[in-house]
Design a protein around this ligand. Structure first.
Ligand SMILES: [Zn+2]
Length: 165
């Protein structure tokens, strides 16, 4: 049971207001976010047009991240997996008109875009991992988000094709 591993969906007063004032637009623009979400979003889903709250509260950014992750999981599984149920239900309660709730069944074309995002993010990580010779670190934070870092040694670049005996 991973149900309680994730924190509650929380937004500061400013973000709550901003997100409550968002409304679904027929002509919203579909965009891609490779890092960190590896998925698509629409510009009417966030106050600033991109998936980033306009305040400096870390909790708000994590909440927005979790909401995006929950919807991605819905797209993938056709339902909200148990670990995201709390986040999803709370979000539906406090920001019921969030445009993203109306986009739960991506078209064939949108699914292709989602898949492409995922592939591109994957390729990017693979390339980064090769450049850093596997010196990548992943850390699970207490907010259910994975942080990562890569160390790239630029001096070893030339030795790659000419390994030491
Ligand atoms: Zn906030």
């Amino acid at each position: 049971m991973a149900t309680s591993d994730l924190p509650e969906f929380f937004l500061c007063e400013q973000c709550l207001n901003n997100y409550q004032n968002l409304h679904f637009k027929e002509d919203a623009i579909l965009r891609e976010n490779l890092i960190p979400f590896a998925t698509i979003f629409w510009d009417d889903e966030h106050p600033s047009g991109i998936p980033r709250p306009m305040c400096n509260e870390k909790k708000c950014f994590h909440s927005v991240s979790l909401l995006i992750a929950a919807r991605s999981a819905y797209w993938e599984h056709g339902e909200i997996p148990p670990e995201y149920t709390n986040v999803w239900n709370t979000a539906k309660k406090i920001i019921p008109t969030w445009p993203g709730f109306k986009r739960l069944n991506p078209s064939k074309e949108e699914r292709a875009r989602i898949e492409l995002c995922f592939q591109n993010a994957n390729d990017w990580f693979t390339a980064l991992s090769e450049m850093s010779n596997g010196k990548m670190e992943f850390r699970e934070t207490d907010h259910g988000i994975t942080e990562w870092s890569a160390t790239i040694d630029l001096n070893s670049e030339n030795e790659k094709d000419d390994p030491q005996p």
